[in-house]
Design a protein. Structure first.
Lengths: 372, 372
C-alpha cells in the first residue's frame, strides 16, 4: 500500500541561468518513529510557493516539455539564487491528505487513517513523510480541500491581528486587500471587532470586498484615493499597515496620510511631526522595488519585515496555541479558501496551467490534487 | 537686577514665503512658584536648532539687516511649515547660565545663584524663565560653556546605547560619525565596551576618529567601502544602525551588508533571507530625500524613526535617571563639546556668521554667548 517511490514537483536553479520545474519520481523513505506518511489529496499554490517554484524567472520565455518547464532568469535573478544553485527542491508549503502509514511512536500510530493538514513543505507530491508534530487533525467532516490551506493564510491573518494586539495598535490598513488572504482578514476582523481599512487597486476589487461586508474599502485607482484614505484612517484610528507590496509609492502614501491625520488631531505645530505612533509590516514583495519612505511622516514610526515563522516564534507558545486552535475551530467558515481551478499534479506543468497560475492575479488561486 | 524685557532670537514663517530670524526685545515674565530666571551665558547651535531657525530656507538668497535675516522658502518648504505660519518662535533648545531670580517654591529658591543647564527651549536669549524641573545643576567648577550642551548630544549618545541594550542589539553602526555627537559616541562606546562601527564620508573624517581611538572606521568615499564595511560588521557583530542621514543609498547598503554577513553565517539557503535581526534607527535627515530600503535584506529587519524625547519617555524613569546622572558625572570628559567659534548673541545674525553656521559642516559647531 505504501509505494517505494512517489511523484514530486521540484524546482532547480541551473548554472546556465535557467530554473527547471519538473515532476520527478523520487524515493519515499519509511517513516521514522515520530513520522507519518500522508497520501496528499490537496495542496494550494500560494504566492510564497511561486517564489520557490519559479522565483523571478520569465515565464513568457519558458520552454515546456511533458512534466518539465525551463524558464530563464535574469543575471541579477540568478545571482540572488546562488545559495540554492543545483539543489533539487521539493515545492508546496502546505496541504492535506490521509495518513496511510505511521512510525512506531504512539502519537504517530494514533494518526493512522486520519485526515490531516500540514505545513511541512514538499506537499506538491503524491506522498509525503512528515513529523507528527507538524500535523493538524482536520475536524470531523472536513475534506482535504477544506484543510489544504489551513496554515499559511489563516495563520497569517491571525498573525496580523495578534501582532496588532501585541504592539497595542488601534487598527489595520491592509494593502492588496482583495487577495484570498485579504478576504479572510475581512471576515476575521469583522468577527473579532478589529478596525480594518482595505486598500485595493481596482473598482471591481472594491466591490468584491464591500459584498463581503467590509466597512472601509479604498481604491488606489480612484482620483479621490488620498482623501478617501484619510477619511478611513480618521474614522477607524488605524495606525498599523500590513503591506503585501513593498515597492512603489503606496506604503509611503499610507504612512504620510496617517501622519497627516495625527498632526490634525494634535493641533499644535511640532517640526518633528506628530507623536502618533505609525507602524508598518511589510510581509510581501508584489513590487520587488525598494521600499520608499517619505520624510513627511515625522519621527514616530516603525517599519519592519514580517515573516510568518519568526513572528509566530516571537509571539510565544501561548499565542501560537491560541492561533492553531482558532484555525481548527473556524476552518470552513472564516478561514475557507476559494479556488479558481483544481488541477491534478500530473497536469500542473501543462503550458496553459502554468501561464495562468503564474499571473498572480486576484481570484486566480489554484489547488493541486495529487491523488487525482 | 532682573530686567522687564530681554533680547531673544526668534524665527517666524511669513505668508509671503520668507522665514525671518530676528533679535527681538521681548517681555520677561516674573517667575512662577516653581520657576527660575536664568541669565543665559552659553548656548550651542545644534542641527535641530537650525531646523527651527531657518528650516529649508535658501540662505544664499537671504537678505541681511542689523539683527534681522529674511530667507526665502520654496513653495514645498513653505507648505511643510503651514503649522507654524505667523508664530514668533524663540529658538535654542539648550544652554547654561546662572539663576538670578527664583519663584517662591523651596526648590526654586534653592537654585538662586547656582549655575544650571536646561533643555527648556528659547535659550538664544539674554534671560529665560524655565521650570525648576528642567534644570540640571552643573558640577562644581564647570563653566557655562562646559554645561551649555549638556542635554541634546550627551542624552542622544546615551540614548543610542540604552536603545541598543533595550532591544538586545550586539553593536552599533553610526553614520555621519565624525559629527560632534559621533565623536562623543566614540568616547562613550569605548568607555562602556560597546561595539561601534563609524561610517564617515571623507578620509580626513576617518583620520579624526582614528585619532580619537575609534577601532572601526569606514569611509564611504573609498573604493573598498563595501568590503571594509562587511569586514567591520563581521568583526563586531554590529546589527543596529543609528542613521543621521535618512535619504540616499547609505542606509540600504548597510542593511544589505548586514544581511550578507548574516547569510554567510547561516550557511543554508533560505529564499526569505537570514534570520539575523537587523535594526536601524533614523534620527536625522541630513539628506531630506526618501528613506530607501532595498529588498535584498530578507524579512527580519526593523527600521524606525528615533527622536530623543519620545525615546526617553519610552525608556522609562529609571533609565532616564541613569542617563541624567551619567551626564553630570562625565560632563567635562566623555560629553565635552568642541566649538569652532563663540559669538555674542548680538552678532549671531551677522551675515558672515550666519553663512558659516548654516553650512552644517563637520567641526563647525557654534556657541552663542548671550551674556557677552
Amino acid at each position: 500500500m505504501v509505494p517505494q517511490t512517489t511523484l514530486v514537483l521540484t524546482s532547480q536553479v541551473q548554472e546556465d541561468g535557467k530554473i527547471v520545474a519538473a515532476l520527478t519520481e523520487m524515493p519515499l523513505p519509511a517513516p521514522a518513529e515520530h513520522e507519518v506518511v500522508i497520501a496528499v489529496e490537496a495542496a494550494p499554490i500560494n504566492p510564497s510557493d511561486l517564489g520557490l517554484l519559479f522565483s523571478s524567472a520569465r515565464i513568457e520565455d519558458a520552454v515546456f516539455a511533458p512534466g518539465r518547464v525551463e524558464a530563464p532568469l535574469s543575471p541579477a535573478g540568478l545571482a540572488a539564487l546562488s545559495g540554492r544553485l543545483g539543489d533539487v527542491l521539493p515545492v508546496g508549503n502546505e496541504g492535506a491528505g490521509t495518513v496511510i502509514a505511521a512510525g512506531s511512536g504512539a502519537a504517530a500510530q494514533a494518526l493512522l487513517g486520519k485526515r490531516v493538514a500540514t505545513f511541512a513543505g514538499g506537499m506538491y507530491a503524491r506522498h509525503r513523510v512528515v513529523p507528527v508534530a507538524s500535523c493538524l487533525v482536520l475536524p470531523e467532516g472536513a475534506s482535504a480541500k477544506d484543510g489544504a490551506a489551513a496554515f499559511v493564510n489563516p495563520l497569517t491573518a491571525l498573525g496580523f491581528v495578534e501582532t496588532l494586539r501585541a504592539v497595542g495598535g488601534k487598527g489595520i490598513v491592509h494593502t492588496a486587500a482583495a487577495s484570498n488572504l485579504g478576504q479572510m482578514l475581512v471576515r476575521l476582523c469583522a468577527a473579532d471587532g478589529v478596525a480594518l481599512v482595505n486598500v485595493v487597486r481596482k473598482p471591481e476589487q472594491a466591490a468584491l470586498l464591500k459584498d463581503l461586508g467590509a466597512a472601509h474599502v479604498v481604491d488606489s485607482s480612484s482620483p479621490t484615493f488620498r482623501e478617501d484614505l484619510r477619511q478611513a484612517i480618521e474614522a477607524t484610528g488605524a495606525d498599523t499597515v500590513f503591506d503585501a507590496i513593498g515597492g512603489g509609492p503606496l506604503l509611503g502614501t499610507i504612512l504620510s496620510t496617517m501622519e497627516q491625520v495625527g498632526r490634525t488631531a494634535a493641533g499644535a505645530y511640532s517640526r518633528y511631526g506628530s507623536t502618533a505612533k505609525k507602524r508598518a509590516y511589510v510581509y510581501g514583495m508584489l513590487d520587488t522595488g525598494p521600499i520608499t519612505l517619505p520624510r513627511d511622516i515625522g519621527f514616530v514610526w516603525d517599519v519592519s519585515g514580517w515573516l510568518l515563522s519568526p513572528v509566530m516564534e516571537a509571539l510565544g507558545p501561548d499565542v501560537r496555541a491560541r492561533m492553531q486552535a482558532r484555525v481548527g475551530q473556524d476552518l470552513t467558515t472564516l478561514f475557507a479558501s476559494a479556488y479558481k481551478a483544481q488541477v491534478p499534479l500530473t497536469h500542473i506543468l501543462d503550458e496553459a496551467v502554468v501561464r495562468d497560475f503564474t499571473r498572480r492575479a486576484t481570484g486566480a488561486k489554484y489547488l493541486i490534487l495529487p491523488g487525482a
